[in-house]
Write a protein that binds this ligand. Sequence first.
Ligand code: G4P
Length: 289
Amino acid sequence: MTIQWFPGHMTRARRQIQDKLKLIDIVIELLDARVPISSRNPMIDEILRDKPRLIVLNKSDLADSRTTEQWIAAFAEEGHACLAVDSSTGTRVNEIPVRARAILHAMIERQIAKGINPRAVRGLIVGIPNVGKSTLINRLAGRNIAATGDRPGVTKGQQWIKAGTELELLDTPGILWPKFEDQLVGYRLAMTGAIREQVLNVEDIAFFAVKVLVKRYWATVAERFGIDQPPKDMEDADEIIRVMEDIGRKRGCLVSGGRVDLEKTSGIILREMRAGKLGRISLEAPEDR
Ligand code: G4P
């Protein structure tokens, strides 16, 4: 993530979104399907208030589909319509206009009752940096138009982008900040590659990754790295480090004296996880909330 979010940026980002809300009928809140908690803005409910909303879980191609289904059900329980897509290939992206219209059904019916010809539904995509806003806009538009700029201060004239005949989008998405107060959020976003590694210590990121991986996907981890001793206690940091060392030994990451090079091991774990070598991984499930 390249944005430095200072209080002034957050206030400006918030105001920009609130100004845009006046122009649109529905917000498309984009989350990363692998980390729906950590990729969510902490003030989203306050910012959007009662604006109709469709939650879209993006990058669902990288997440574990069973957990994604659980998320969809959990959001539905809270009264939010939710859909999982893959913007990189366009899978299920064409359901977004249909779902948006369904949410706004009552408004559309009222227009018809008044004899007004219903216009295309107007939407705004919002989300934290790197969640896939520009990729989704381009997909929905069927061409490359969205500015990939991720500076919260960027202003330019508003333009509507047609996503088929039923939905129009504001061309600049609303950029929101993640929840910084929670350190774990930073590490989870770093695991997905949304925060650049230089900002956080690679061994710490890998530690948190292994902690989640062994808990949720031990069989996959064991098979991929050829290890067979699960941690005796999932909450014991020494045991997590021991698993990392087992992986390092298997991968030949040794320094003098036969000690494991944890930094090198951490790099391997994160690279393979992000490259999908461990399969589809969800780092957060609804019960983690
Ligand atoms: P943003 O506007 O919200 O900041 O995000 P952006 O669209 O720039 O997407 C961030 C990264 O996420 C891009 O990868 C993009 O290709 C990738 N991405 C977006 N949607 C999906 C998805 O549904 N599935 C997968 N697997 N990836 C997705 P990048 O590494 O920055 O660039 P590149 O690898 O595409 O060159």
